[in-house]
Write a protein that binds this ligand. Structure first.
Ligand code: NCD
Length: 316
């Protein structure tokens, strides 16, 4: 594996191997000094052309805990504002010797394009509506660890609720979760379901109330309004009435059911109930798990891929 551009490129075995590696990384994260020298001498550049809180910080933290050097490129303060092209930006950073680019962009396909301009590994940290593979791996890791089934989600039902149409997270999750054997139900108004979803290995529902009592995982999405060019629902209030997670709806969840959200949450719209009041909420756990999962991805792409390098007490 040289790049990680799409969850669709991962085989079931590769997903299971990455989740297993994430377990080793979680053990590193639990040490008093959560750091190993595995990627010493490597440089990881995060190149974000779109806003991000958790994905950027989690990749940078992951790189640092593996002892890689990090470079942070921020589009809003860069020479892009002086007319420099994306290609020249990548070639400029490459000339400083970068081993991996972590790329986020509002246009689908940019990370793939970047692979043509550099010899470094490229990791997609979210491109348009297309893909966000490390979020899906983080989510699958969170689910498999919760259910105590390290290798599989066989027989579990995951409902992904909300703005599927504009969601790269939903596309990547459908790919990863179904490869691990989960049954995925997309729950949204018909205007927010992509036309191609009829060919995905999923079921589709237009009523959260119909499915909520039967899910093992309720995966909420926000309305991604910055990716919309027109109105897809009559009003946000109407949307919340039918698809928001209210306290009443949360009370209908099975006792073992998990509630997840990739963030950012829009309180009062997709999340009406306070997640702190929902015992099954694993929303902050997803954030915590993002670090070991991204460590696993960086180590698999850049390291020797051998977990023995992570043994305790290794000299820094
Ligand atoms: C998501 C993203 O940027 O795709 N957030 C994330 O990475 N955790 C989801 C979103 O923007 O709604």
């Amino acid at each position: 594996m040289k790049h990680l551009l799409s969850a669709d490129d991962l085989t079931t075995d590769e997903i299971i191997a990455l989740l297993g590696m994430a377990d080793h990384m979680a053990e590193v994260n639990a040490r008093p000094v959560p750091k190993v020298p595995a990627l010493r001498g490597k440089t990881v550049a995060s190149v974000f052309f779109e806003d991000s809180t958790r994905t950027r910080l989690s990749f940078e933290t992951a790189a640092k805990r593996l002892s890689a050097d990090t470079m942070t490129f921020s589009a809003s303060t860069s020479s892009l504002n002086k007319g420099e092209s994306l290609r020249d930006t990548i070639e400029t950073l490459s000339a400083m010797r970068v081993d991996a680019f972590v790329v986020r962009h509002k246009s689908s396909g940019v990370p793939l394009q970047v692979t043509e301009w550099t010899d470094a590994c490229v990791i997609n940290a979210g491109d348009g509506w297309h893909q966000h593979p490390t979020q899906a791996l983080t989510d699958a890791y969170t689910m498999t660890r919760e259910f105590g089934t390290p290798q599989t989600l066989s027989g579990k039902t995951v409902a992904i609720v909300g703005d599927i149409l504009h969601s790269r997270v939903a596309r990547s999750n459908v790919s990863v979760l179904t490869k691990l054997g989960a049954k995925v139900v997309l729950v949204a108004p018909s205007t927010l379901i992509p036309a191609s979803a009829t060919e995905w290995p999923v079921n589709i529902s237009h009523s959260l109330d119909d499915v909520i009592a039967d899910v093992d995982v309720l995966y909420m999405l926000r309305m991604q309004q910055e990716r919309m060019e027109t109105a897809f629902v009559p009003s946000l209030g109407e949307y919340t009435k039918r698809f928001g997670l209210t306290a009443h709806r949360a009370s209908r969840l099975a006792e073992h059911a998990l509630v997840m959200h990739p963030g950012p949450m829009n309180r009062g719209i997709d999340m009406v109930v306070d997640p702190a009041d929902v015992p099954g909420s694993r929303i902050l756990k997803q954030v915590t798990n993002g670090i070991p999962v991204r460590m696993a991805v960086l180590f698999t792409l850049l390291g020797a891929g051998n977990a023995s390098q992570l043994t305790q007490g290794t000299d820094l």
